[in-house]
Design a protein around this ligand. Structure first.
Ligand code: GLA
Length: 742
């Protein structure tokens, strides 16, 4: 059992193979955070508590003689409001009698085998097919209560012993008669009284998502958040607290990932005693949740991980838990299709003839699946019209979707289709019929973005319409894949069928509506694969990955720009989740010219595909060779460990990353030169994660090296690689495949 309760000292110890998490109950029932980090044997970390009397930090009334105990200085597991902790609160509320106060104390707990689940929200699965065994996961539930307002907060912890992951969430219940309005209801809090951390987070914008940023935490509150109605291009719901000295391969690092696709907020504060607090949950902007007697609110799940092997160590923990316990198990052992998407090939300008030519050529190139993107429905000839009208435009596609899908199938290809379910154009039949289905404030014109409005996904009639209209299309033809887009930030959050007192629920109910629609469609079409997308990678989060095994990483398909986008994404998410395609050169987003090989190497480090007009290029042999290589390396890249060897922060002239098989039997090093100079230096890397005692043969040259030499002495991309095109390409790239000898 990975959870132990020491009754005498009232300490919970949550143990994974390489981490330990401890929680204590103090003498008046305050739940203390005692420790998170590397294993500490059987020690109870209570001994680190060094509370002392501090001026201006008051004492709880029930223990007022002990002036050294204060909410204001105690490290805690879930923090209170208006009772003397002046740091970030986890909860903010107002009770019917007007009081803002919430003082939570231990009430009871339970420890069980297996993983708790959540209603209506995605969660890390305890048992996922036969991948994770039930007995690897244990659950601790601690109920805190405020006896005055009769509020109960159940803190849930899922301990994934062999994965070094702990999940957390909070379920808040009004156990009394008085109504309570929650204005903030975080998923978790944690305090690190002795740490000296940098904060790492992933900021960005459209076409430049998840850019790594590392900053010192000073005496202030740093917020990483989104209030765009999606997890956003701008701030991914994932942050890392890294020891100031931690690097890619060394040092202690802690990850906090929210499994949620809507508004989120991470607050990180260093207090005057240098203690660092992190609080994370749904963003409290435009949020309030009236809890009637007996009602509950469930906060989204957090995925916590610790590694003392630096950022690469942490990333591999997240990659494993996401591909084995977040993404549906049925995708684990199945090769993802190499697909071709017509967006950058045609944009809105297509008809059945053009699409059939693309399909025909793609099938000759052995591409597995054709995906018909935006523009096949309603009056959708540009982005001004049609969203919401999920019926085929037969002027463009004679014979409808079935004709195209059948044609693809007849050529041996599978077929996929684009939808943007949560959106509506004013210029659509749907809007003309149901103008109140769009989010809109009373008496105010709504904000328009890309000519579209946002549907009120909190409404069940809207969800039902989408379920039925999408199902009808999916029933009409052999459609095996859906690209699920979301192309604007949400504003004017107001539902016309909800009373004023519950408008603060709408942002969250919107996301629950999306999750519910996804679940219903996946139940109805169990073989359907859905790829997430939101104007590129605006909703790249663990919540969406619960439903969609892969997500389009960015609308920017330039391989050089993609280096930092995919690398930033890799800190939390595995390659098998990242949609990546070879597109045209010059690139449509940046105008940059790159070689076909470079585009291939970068796209192969995701779920591989093409997004260009294959009828107009002359790279057939290269495409065939790339697809062959993708199939050859699929298992290595999608199941193996991933290491950033030369990251984007190095500002070096190249970026390099590798995939190493779990059993260390082979490794693939990828390298892309970003800044080409005359009299170029030789790119050099030290490999990571090999078997030191094994001999590896470099497939390209037949040379042999020991694992120890490659890791300690390193590898220079010289001679063979230089002769093979190093100086020919504009942005040269190289792959070196090391095969372990038995
Ligand atoms: C978004 C997606 C693109 C494409 C367009 C279509 O921008 O990210 O891949 O599907 O929408 O409008």
């Amino acid at each position: 059992m990975s959870i132990r309760f020491d009754k005498e000292q009232r300490v919970f110890c949550l143990t994974t193979n390489n981490s330990e998490y401890q929680i204590g109950i103090n003498e008046i029932g305050i739940l203390k955070h005692l420790y998170y980090g590397a294993p500490v044997g059987q020690s109870n970390m209570n001994y680190l508590d060094s509370s002392s009397d501090r001026a201006l930090s008051g004492n709880p009334y029930d223990n007022r003689v002990k002036r050294d105990m204060s909410h204001d200085t105690l490290p805690q597991e879930y923090t209170t409001n208006n009772v003397g902790d002046y740091r970030i609160g986890s909860i903010q509320l107002q009770s019917e009698n007007g009081s803002f106060s919430c003082d939570l104390r231990y009430s009871r707990h339970s420890i069980k085998k297996g993983k708790y689940t959540l209603q209506k929200l995605p969660y890390v699965r305890g048992k996922n097919g036969n991948l994770a065994k039930d007995e690897d996961v244990d659950t601790l539930e601690i109920v805190l209560e405020d006896p005055v307002i009769k509020l109960e907060v159940k803190l849930c912890y899922g301990v994934f012993e062999s994965k070094d992951v702990i999940t957390r969430t909070a379920i808040i219940k009004n156990a009394g008669e008085m109504s309570i309005c929650l204005n903030k209801a975080s998923s978790m809090a944690i305090d690190f009284p002795y740490a000296d951390f940098d904060l790492i987070h992933f900021q960005g914008k459209h076409c430049n998502e998840r850019q790594f940023e590392r900053e010192a935490i000073n005496h202030d509150i740093i917020t990483v958040s989104s209030k765009r109605g999606m997890s956003s291009h701008h701030n991914n719901p994932f942050v890392i607290l890294a020891d100031r000295t931690a690097t890619e391969n060394t040092g202690e690092v802690f990850g906090f990932m929210m499994m949620y696709s809507g508004n989120h907020k991470f607050e990180i504060e260093k207090d005057s005693l240098d203690s660092i607090r992190l609080v994370a949950g749904i963003n409290d902007t435009n949020f309030n949740w009236n809890l009637g007697a007996g009602e509950e609110f469930t906060a989204p799940e957090m995925i916590l991980a610790f590694s003392d092997a630096g950022l690469n160590g942490l990333s591999n923990i997240y990659h494993d838990i996401i591909r084995e316990n977040v993404i549906d198990a049925k995708y684990y052992d199945v090769k993802r299709p190499v697909l071709i998407n017509n967006w950058e090939a045609t944009y809105f300008d297509f008809d059945d003839d053009k699409i059939k030519k693309l399909i025909d050529k793609s099938s000759q190139l052995k591409i597995d699946m054709f995906v018909l993107d935006d523009g096949w429905f309603g009056e959708r000839n540009n982005d001004d019209a049609g969203l919401g009208d999920w019926f085929v435009n037969e002027n463009k596609l004679k014979g409808g979707i079935k004709e195209i899908a059948d044609f693809a199938n007849s050529k041996g290809m599978r077929f996929g289709l684009w939808f943007e379910p949560e959106m509506i154009n004013e210029n659509s039949d749907l809007f003309r019929e149901h103008p109140d289905w769009a989010l809109k404030d009373p008496g105010r014109n709504p904000m328009i973005s890309r000519n579209q409005l946002v549907l009120d996904m909190s409404r069940t009639d809207v969800q039902d319409y989408l379920f039925e209209s999408i199902s009808k299309i999916l029933d009409s033809a052999n459609i095996q894949y859906v690209k699920w887009d979301f192309n604007r930030s949400v504003a004017n959050v107001y539902s016309s069928v909800t009373g004023y007192e519950d408008q603060g629920k709408i942002s969250h109910k919107f996301i629950l509506g999306t999750y519910s629609l996804l679940s219903r469609l996946l139940d109805r079409f169990p073989d359907l694969m859905i790829e997430g997308c939101a104007g590129g990678g605006g909703r790249f989060d663990a919540g969406m990955l619960f439903y969609c095994p892969q997500i389009w990483t960015s609308d920017n398909t330039d391989p050089i720009a993609r280096l930092s986008i995919q690398e930033g994404t890799s800190y939390g998410y595995p390659a098998c989740a990242m949609g990546a395609h070879v597109s045209a050169s010059p690139n449509h987003q940046t105008g940059r010219i790159t070689s076909f090989k470079t585009r291939g190497i970068v796209a192969q480090s995701g779920t591989f595909g093409y997004e260009l007009d294959v009828t107009k290029i002359d790279n057939d042999d290269e495409i065939r060779a790339q697809i062959e290589a993708f199939h050859k390396y699929d298992k290595l890249m999608h199941h193996g460990n991933y290491y950033r060897l030369k990251n984007e922060c190095n500002k070096d002239f190249f970026t390099a990353w590798s995939f190493v098989a779990k059993d260390r039997s082979e490794a693939l090093v990828n390298l892309v030169v970003k800044n080409k100079e005359a009299n170029q230096k030789i790119p050099f890397v030290k490999l990571i994660g090999l078997d030191a005692d094994k001999e590896y043969r470099l497939e390209e040259t037949g040379e042999k090296f020991s694992g120890q030499a490659l890791m300690n002495g390193g590898f220079a991309f010289s001679n063979y690689f230089i002769r093979n095109g190093y100086f020919e390409n504009i942005y040269p790239s190289m792959q070196a495949h090391f095969i372990g000898e038995d």
